[in-house]
Each structure stands twice: as C-alpha cells, then as structure tokens.
Design a protein around this ligand. Structure first.
Ligand SMILES: *Cc1c(COP(=O)(O)O)cnc(C)c1O
Length: 478
C-alpha cells in the first residue's frame, strides 16, 4: 500500500491509474463494518477507564502519520471506550442506535462536505432538506404551512422554538424583542409541567427569560400535566405567556393531555410549544396517534431524529406553525447573501450558519422505512416494552412504576432504595445490557427505554433472564 502523508503535498488520488482509491476510507469502512457486525455480541459498556483511553491517544504528535494508519490507530484506541448503544440490549437514556442506511448516508454527507447553509452552496443539500422536512411534517400530521429547521438536537430545537415564541408573544403587546431586547420588555411567563425535560430550562435560561419565569404545573402520578392545574396557573398569569407541553416523559413515556392544554393555551392567548423529542413519533403510528391528539394545533414542536428514527447523531427538527415568527428570530441577510426568495436556505431556520447536510441521513432512513416502516419501528419498540414490563412484573421483587403507554418502563425493587441500587449496579456491570438510574417520586428507580431497531424479542428474553438471576442473588443476600 502506498504510504501517503498530509505533511507533504498530496498527489491527486487516482490520477495515475484512473481508478480512485482511498486507503483511509477503506480502513474506515473496514473498522465500521467490523464494529457494526460485532455490535450485538460485544460488551455493552466500555472496558477501559478514562486514563487508559487518554494514554492510548498520547500527546501532540511531532510528525505526520500515514492517514490509513491514523484510522487504524484511532479505531484501536477508541474501541475499548465505545458503548454498544446501537446494539439490541442497550436500554439507557432514550437511545435509538442507527439504521445502517442512515449511517451510510451520513458517510456521504461527510464525503460530499456540502455546506448546507444557503441554497447556492449546495442545491442538493437544500432540496433534500426541504423534502425531508416536508415528509416529517406529513408523518406527524403537522400543518403543511409550518416552517422547519434541521437542528443538532431537541435542545437547540427548543431554543429556536422558544425564541420564536418569545418574539410572537411580545409582538402581541407591541414589543419587538429582536430590536428592543429584553432589558425593559414586559415580563414574560413560561408555564411548563413540573416533570418537564431539563432542556426546557436551559433554553429559557439562554433566551434571557430567567429560570424564575417558569411556573411549574402539577402532574399526575405518571408525570403528565393536570389540565385543571394548567388552567389555574394560566389564570394567574398576566401578559405574554408561553406554555410548554411534553409528548413523552423521559422517565415514564407519559403524554401531557395536548388537546385540553392547547385549548387552555388558546383561551389565554399563550403560545404552545411541544417537546416531542421521542414521543411525538407516536403521531406517525396509527395505533399510538391518539396519545398526541390535538398535536396539530400547537405553535411549535421539537422532535429528534437521532432518538426514535434511529439516525446517527446529531439530528433533530424544529417546526413553527407560523413561518414569520420563525424567520423573525433565525433569518439572516447580508449583502453577500443575495438569496432567491423562491429558494429555501437551511441556515434561515436554525442557530448555525455553516452546517453539515444534517437532513440527509434522515432522508435515507425515511426513504428506506416508508410510512409503514416508521409506524412499525415505533410500534415494535412499544410492544417489546410492554412485553418486558408484563414479564418483569411477574417477579414478586419488582414493582413497575409506570403505565407502559409507550417505549419506557420504570421499575424498582420492592425492598426500596438499597436493593434497587444493587440491582442497577449489577445490571450496569454485567456488560450484557445497560439501563440507567432515575429518581421517581423521591425514590431511586431503573429506567428501561426501548428505542432501537436492533432490539429483538430474543434480546428481551436474554435481558429478563439476566435480571431474573440478579434479583435472585439480591434475594439470597438479604
Ligand atoms: C432527549 C430529550 C430532550 C433533549 O434532546 P436532545 O436531542 O438530547 O437535545 C428533550 N426532551 C425530551 C423529552 C427528551 O427525551
């Protein structure tokens, strides 16, 4: 193999023999293929600690290294620190893994290296994004007139959506926040569930609204907002108000009652934003669509593609019902960006200026799955979760803490905090599966999230068997 180094002027690849080859891409394909083929069998958790991983990477190199060797070295150094989060028995956080077709499309994104900021920089990237956004809006049943942006995650989708909300509700009282800022603006209230996701708080902080502007609304025992409590809170709010509802609580998978929240928000002249990071995908699935009834009446929505649609990090979408409110906060103009009003510029709808063609893997996933495939992916995860919960509940030591309405199972050891922690420690050190901790109603609990295409009924059997033997040994020890 011819050695190349980026420390020397490169020879144009493939010019000599009219075939193109890139040893570094071939090595990357080899390592990626091996990693993916082994994903179901390898240890689920990392096998080396942080110091060992640091040592393997070393200090700033003095000299160039052959690029293909860099890829070999990188794969070797990283491998023991990788988590098999795309495998069938990883149930931590809400983690979807990635469909091979989406991974492959992501490679093209990097090879093409298109800047998806403005249409002239890459008509292909611009139009793929336009088409993909329209497809997702269609799958979720959102208004066809809604605008959208491809963001890095639900976090940044929230920032864009709540900035549009801030704009709109202040505009209604005659305040142009983009021009006049917040220092002397009318006070703004954010009403959100007590069980909201922490990314709402961070968006509120970043937007200068202040954490103290959030009025938490009481929830039921599933973490879903109580509509009568929302109405009572809204009755005490004066002036510009934003309501944040949640489709899919990160612990229980529960849904805020969107239809009645939407009605209450409309009566209060408040903006309604929906955090649908994973749960909003229920809208794409006939058997689960009822969970988000009324969804289309909101003013903005955030949803991840990198969770339940199973595309690689990072990919999410923000939708805003009225494009004018969206454009007011993220639209950009400059003399060197003449723009064509008929052409959509991706950068106009997100926080980034230069950006990768983030929509492409999502396009590929949707193209491969189709409407029925998306519905089937969501439904299969939910059915596996419900099967997992009902079989686990047979064990007398286990208490299932949530109504399993979606893909999340929340459970604990009946003997309490200590025993739950021991079960969780044993699960996490088993290397055969992984689940994360949480605190639910003041007590430690285990979260099991089934969000990946790779999880099979067999994985559920194996995981239940493992948990069964862990529970048995905890019982013998007590
Ligand atoms: C994961 C999650 C978020 C944050 O999404 P990111 O893509 O990680 O930024 C927000 N809300 C809910 C309900 C989530 O599950």
């Amino acid at each position: 193999m011819k050695q190349r180094s980026y420390g020397e002027p490169p020879s144009p690849a493939g010019v000599e023999d009219n075939t193109w080859s890139s040893p570094e891409l071939e090595r990357a394909a080899f390592h990626a293929g091996r990693f993916l083929a082994d994903l179901g069998a390898r240890d689920v958790t990392a096998t080396l600690d942080a110091d060992a991983l640091r040592d393997a990477l070393g200090d700033v190199p003095d000299h160039p290294m052959d690029p293909a060797t860099v890829i070999d070295h990188l794969a070797e150094a990283a491998e023991p620190g990788l988590v098999a989060s795309g495998g069938g028995r990883y149930f931590g956080y809400v983690t979807g893994g990635t469909l091979p077709v989406a991974t492959a499309a992501d490679w093209l994104v990097s090879a093409w290296d298109q800047n998806a900021a403005f249409h002239p920089m890459s008509p292909a990237a611009a139009i793929i994004e336009e088409v993909t956004g329209r497809w997702i809006g269609d799958l979720l049943g959102l208004p066809t007139t809604a605008s959208f942006g491809f963001t890095t995650g639900t976090q940044s989708a929230h920032i864009v959506a709540l900035a549009a909300a801030r704009h709109a509700v202040l505009e209604r009282v005659g305040w142009n926040v983009e021009d006049q800022g917040l220092a002397h603006s009318p006070a703004l209230t954010v009403v959100a569930s007590a069980a909201r996701h922490v990314t709402i708080d961070r968006a509120v902080r970043l937007l200068g609204l202040g954490a103290a502007s959030i009025r938490p609304v009481t929830c039921d025992d599933q973490g879903a907002m109580r509509p009568e409590a929302l109405r009572a809170t809204l009755a005490t709010c004066e002036g510009p108000t934003i309501v944040c509802a949640q489709a899919g609580n990160v612990n229980t998978g529960s849904f805020d009652p969107i239809a009645s929240i939407s009605e209450a928000a409309r009566e209060a002249d408040a903006w309604l934003h929906i955090d649908g990071a994973f749960g909003l995908w229920a809208a794409s699935t006939p058997n689960y669509r009822h969970l988000v009834a009324g969804n289309a009446d909101a003013d903005s929505w955030s949803i991840d593609a990198h969770k339940w649609l199973n595309v690689p990090y990072d990919a999410a979408i923000v939708f805003v019902a009225d494009p004018a409110h969206h454009l007011a906060v993220t639209g950009v103009t400059a003399p060197y960006l003449p723009g064509d009003p008929a052409m959509r510029d991706g950068s106009d709808w997100v926080l980034e200026f230069s950006r990768r063609a983030r929509s492409v893997p999502t396009y590929a996933a949707l193209r491969a799955l189709g409407r029925s495939g998306v519905a089937e992916l969501v439904q299969r995860c939910c059915e596996l979760a419900s099967d997992f919960a009902s079989r686990l509940s047979q064990n007398p030591d286990v208490e299932i803490l949530n109504d399993v309405v979606l893909n999340q199972v929340l459970w604990r050891h009946r003997a309490g905090a200590g025993a739950t922690q021991r079960v969780l420690d044993a699960i996490q050190s088993s290397k055969r599966t992984w689940m994360g901790p949480t605190n639910w109603q003041e007590a430690p609990a285990v979260r099991t999230s089934i969000s990946g295409w790779a999880t099979t009924p067999n994985d559920i059997d194996e995981t239940l068997e493992l948990i069964g033997s862990i529970l048995e040994s905890v019982r013998l020890d007590r």
